[in-house]
Write a protein that binds this ligand. Structure first.
Ligand SMILES: NC(=O)c1ccc[n+]([C@@H]2O[C@H](COP(=O)([O-])OP(=O)(O)OC[C@H]3O[C@@H](n4cnc5c(N)ncnc54)[C@H](OP(=O)(O)O)[C@@H]3O)[C@@H](O)[C@H]2O)c1
Length: 256
């Protein structure tokens, strides 16, 4: 099939327009940039965070974005959130941005507190992808996006906990990608569907060295931030996920 044909058959011409996208961990500068780009492209955005005041600030900066307070490390709370949102419409996208960085001096400097923070961040990813999974499988163009780190490819002793947490997240997401492939094919076979593409939902893992935004540049004008990824570029890449066929996207690591 031609590229245009695949695009028409899968991602369909409207891209992200009209899709409903949940941004989990939406109040950092990267979250604001992603929410703003999605809203500008015509998506219905639901920004989720654990802090109501920061979510209010997000809503002010991204008019039209809805917000939800939820501790994403609490699986029962995430189940309730997913139930609440899916009862009022489809969910076509999950952009998971909860992260954080931990480090210590060498292997012996890796602390239990540091690992607990990474495990908690991993848990938020596991919770959101698990709770929203049925909606994402049901979507005509489901997309999951996550931001990983170059540390997974080149781990250091001082960043061992961080790299291990990100590696676990990537592994989990490859399982979600396998789930999409298996469940959409099985569902279509059961329904006898022929007209739809076999894979409609996809996972994308963005890989960055570090993120930079206008506030960081303004605070340190002497720094070049070489190798950093602009949050606006991350945001544009998230929007572009709906322009690519799920078949070529699912499970891919994309270096930004
Ligand atoms: N920044 C970098 O240089 C860099 C480098 C490599 C990879 N990354 C990855 O890129 C992604 C975005 O990074 P970032 O630095 O912009 O954001 P971040 O500091 O990792 O946090 C993102 C958001 O997560 C929310 N959050 C934290 N715990 C939560 C919880 N339990 N429930 C709900 N929300 C929670 C925070 O909001 P509230 O506190 O308001 O809840 C915040 O808005 C992360 O996955 C990060 O690991 C970043």
């Amino acid at each position: 099939m031609s590229e245009a044909g695949m695009r028409g058959a899968d991602a369909d011409a409207r891209g992200v327009r009209g899709r409903r996208v949940v941004v989990a961990g939406a109040t950092s500068e990267s979250g604001v940039a992603v929410c703003a780009a999605l809203a500008a492209a015509g998506a219905a955005v639901v920004g989720v965070g654990s802090n109501g005041e920061r979510l209010d600030a997000l809503a002010e900066r991204v008019p039209g974005a809805l917000t939800e307070v939820c501790d994403l490390s609490d699986s029962a709370a995430v189940d309730a959130l997913a139930q609440r949102l899916t009862s009022t419409g489809p969910v076509d996208g999950l952009v998971h941005l909860v992260g954080g960085w931990v480090g210590g001096r060498g292997i012996t400097g890796q602390t239990d507190d540091g690992w607990a923070a990474m495990e908690r961040a991993f848990r938020t990813l596991r919770n959101t992808t698990r709770s929203f999974y049925p909606a994402l499988v049901a979507s005509e163009a489901g997309r999951v996006a996550f931001v990983s780190s170059t540390a997974v490819d080149r781990p250091t002793a001082s960043g061992a906990d961080y790299a291990a947490g990100k590696a676990a997240s990537e592994s989990w997401l490859r399982s979600v990608a396998a789930g999409f492939a298996a469940d959409q094919a099985a569902g279509d076979a059961a329904a006898g569907a022929r007209a739809r593409p076999a894979l409609r939902s996809a996972v994308a893992i963005f890989v960055v060295l570090a993120l930079v935004d206008d506030r960081m540049r303004a605070a340190s004008p002497e720094k070049t931030f070489a190798g950093y990824t602009e949050v606006s570029d991350l945001a544009a890449s998230v929007v572009g996920l709906w322009d690519e066929p799920a078949t070529s996207l699912n499970g891919r690591r994309i270096r930004l």
